[in-house]
Design a protein around this ligand. Structure first.
Ligand SMILES: [Zn+2]
Length: 285
């Protein structure tokens, strides 16, 4: 046991105080073991080198509590400490609780908290895209940024809330609006000017093939409806084409033509990928 241990922490507890004055009594050893931040902070300073640690070496009573950084709310500190000390139910935590654990654990270098929050957040059914985007940016989780941007491209700007806009920030919101405009322009161009059919070498009646293709294109359950009416994503249309056999055109011609259409649809993914790649360079910490 070090001098520091015996002198200041004989009872093995530590009192922390947040900006609002709320006091948290914790078990010191367990707390230090879980947090790299506090492990370093609560190391005994050299007597001739006063540092903030000297404040931290108090904390044995309410009157000398260790001040916590002002970065977090009392509720966020509660969630963090509940996680560190395994307090709480076994149910899957709420998104807000997990975000609090991620924010605090990241700040205090509590790796187990970061891993726990990331694990449950990325599988959480109620993790909104705009919040996923923000958390991905703030904590360098690129896969979250990409997935959230993909989801948000499909959401009309008019349906976004003020909170969504705030979470996205000006740069991301602008990138999103521009990307939506480019995707819409591409889809409209494709809808009104579909690819011509590609014929197999043994196609006996290319004119008939083309008539069938054009008829299928504008049918109720055809690519035009998927693009304009149902507004399916390029990936969704891609999957539908694999199961689409509505045309009387030559089988090989249909396969070749659908393959060409799939290539055209990939342009939509290229637009989105290009936008999010450029955005990540600007907004991910
Ligand atoms: Zn043909």
């Amino acid at each position: 046991m070090s001098r520091h241990d015996s002198l200041y922490f004989a009872d093995g507890t530590l009192t922390l105080q947040d900006l609002d004055g709320t006091l948290f009594n914790v078990y010191r050893h367990h707390f230090i073991a879980k947090s790299g931040f506090f492990s370093g902070m609560l190391t005994l300073p050299s007597p001739d080198q006063p540092t903030p640690i000297q404040n931290a070496s108090n904390g044995i009573s309410d009157s000398t509590a260790v001040p916590l950084p002002p970065n977090f709310t009392t509720v966020e500190y509660e969630k963090f400490l509940n996680f560190i000390f395994n307090v709480g139910s076994l149910d899957i935590p709420l998104v807000t609780d997990l975000c609090a654990i991620l924010k605090t654990s990241h700040f205090f270098a509590a790796e187990s908290g970061v891993q726990y929050a990331v694990h449950y957040l990325q599988a959480h059914a109620n993790f909104p895209a705009a919040l996923r985007f923000r958390m991905g940016c703030d904590y360098s989780i690129v896969s979250w940024v990409k997935a959230a941007f993909d989801d948000l491209v499909a959401v009309p700007v008019i349906d976004m809330t003020v909170e969504d806009e705030a979470l996205l920030g000006t740069q991301a919101f602008r990138a999103l609006v521009l990307t939506q405009a480019k995707v819409t322009d591409h889809r409209m161009s494709l809808a009104v000017c579909p690819p011509l059919p590609t014929h197999a070498t043994w196609c006996r009646n290319p004119a008939y093939c083309q008539t069938q293709w054009e008829s299928a294109w504008t049918s109720i359950a055809g690519p035009l409806g998927w693009l304009i009416k149902e507004e399916l994503s390029g990936a969704e249309i891609h999957n539908k084409l694999d199961l689409w056999v509505p045309m009387a055109m030559t089988g090989e011609c249909r396969l070749l033509t659908c393959s060409r259409l799939k290539e055209d649809l990939k342009r939509e993914e290229v637009i989105i990928d290009s936008a999010v790649t450029a955005l990540i360079r600007l907004v991910v910490v």
